[in-house]
Design a protein around this ligand. Structure first.
Ligand code: KG4
Length: 339
């Protein structure tokens, strides 16, 4: 079969990213991040869509150039159709429609969450190893926390998911309450490495099954902090490492407890982690620890494929292309989580 070139486009939140794949081998992955949100302590949707407008054409041009191909060589364009911020998604979706139509090539719509999971199949070299089916994937990002059973590239079942906040959202909010910068995840991660994870206890949820909940932890963190700061106004400054380590420890405990239950219920011991929070050192250590203690075979993505990127959209597009699963020109973006 003729080799194909797929262009992947990701614009669901605050990263404009484009990637080129030759079959399942990644040739380029270019991302423009948006620093404009830092001073607001969170993503401002209107500013995000404006920045995507500025970045999308240069990012796509750079990805093609780095891959060493011209746009006329492309076989298809895969793009994130949702979930995400509507204004951000519309930039990628509208760009893709115009671009694919002008080249006369198919479009492939990709669910951003499926993209995070299939990031495990991005190959930089043909000999790179990938998980066998079926495997379990803990998908933890700023907007989602799910346990997914991955039966095949295009066949996934959500076994459990958050009923309120996502893990990344909880970390970001607690970090904001501590007056740290945005996004909080990498800052908490850095501080936690110097702190005592058992210094403070925060409430853990007791909900049945494989679902998660993080809003109670967020409230418990906020109320405890308020009380401690009332007694000592410099409390955060003096104890931020221990606070970060204890928060991270609690979140990792919550995540791993349900994941152990999912392994027990399904009997599947091939376990992957994906999404922005999978960059976290404490979570990565917990995965290694579980591999040793319980004989799991674990799959942890490269840092560059944990947060939003177009390589994961391109690889998902590749497997949908093999199934001839194309998208019609009239399909709109969608903002809400569906999987
Ligand atoms: O997957 P992602 O880039 O975006 C979504 O699709 O949501 O995830 C972003 C989330 C943010 O909440 C961010 O704080 C968190 O991932 N994050 C981390 C780390 N790096 C990013 N959380 C904990 N430790 C990290 N090192």
């Amino acid at each position: 079969m003729k080799k194909m070139y797929i262009l992947g486009i990701e614009s669901s939140c605050d990263d404009t990213s484009a990637a080129v794949l030759n079959d399942n081998i990644l040739l380029s992955n270019v991302t423009a991040s948006q620093d404009v949100h830092r001073e607001y302590g969170g993503v401002v949707p209107e500013l995000a869509s404006r920045a995507h407008q500025q970045n999308i054409v240069p990012v796509v041009d750079a990805a093609l150039k780095r891959a060493g191909i011209t746009k006329e060589q492309l076989s298809a364009v895969a793009f994130t159709r949702g979930p995400g911020l509507m204004g951000s998604l519309l930039v990628g979706v509208s760009f893709t429609k115009g671009f694919a139509r002008s080249l006369g090539i198919p479009m492939i719509d990709v669910n951003h969450l499926q993209g995070h999971v299939l990031a495990h199949f991005i190959k930089e070299k043909p000999e790179d190893t990938t998980p066998p089916f079926p495997f379990l994937c803990l998908l933890v990002s700023g907007g989602n926390s799910q346990i997914v059973k991955v039966n095949a590239y295009n066949d996934m079942e959500v076994l459990g998911q958050t009923i309120d906040d996502a893990a990344g959202e909880a970390i970001d909010k607690c970090s904001k309450v501590m007056g740290l910068g945005y996004p909080g995840g990498p800052i908490i991660d850095r501080l936690a490495r110097q702190g005592n994870p058992l210094a403070y206890k925060f409430s853990e949820p007791h909900i049945p099954g494989l679902d998660y909940s993080f809003s109670g932890l967020k409230t418990s963190f906020l109320y405890s902090l308020r009380k401690w700061v009332q007694d000592d106004p410099d409390f955060i400054e003096h104890h931020k490492n221990d606070l970060a380590a204890s928060l991270e420890h609690t979140i990792v405990n919550i995540l791993m407890k349900k994941l152990r239950l999912a392994v027990k219920q399904t009997g599947i011991k091939h376990v992957a982690v994906a999404g922005g929070v999978s960059a976290n050192n404490g979570l990565r250590n917990a995965f290694h620890d579980h591999a040793k203690r319980f004989g799991w075979t674990i799959y942890i993505p490269k840092f560059s494929y944990t947060t939003d990127n177009a390589a994961m959209i391109g690889i998902t597009g590749y497997y949908k292309y093999l199934d001839k699963d194309f998208c019609s020109i009239d399909k709109p973006a969608f903002s809400k989580v569906t999987f």
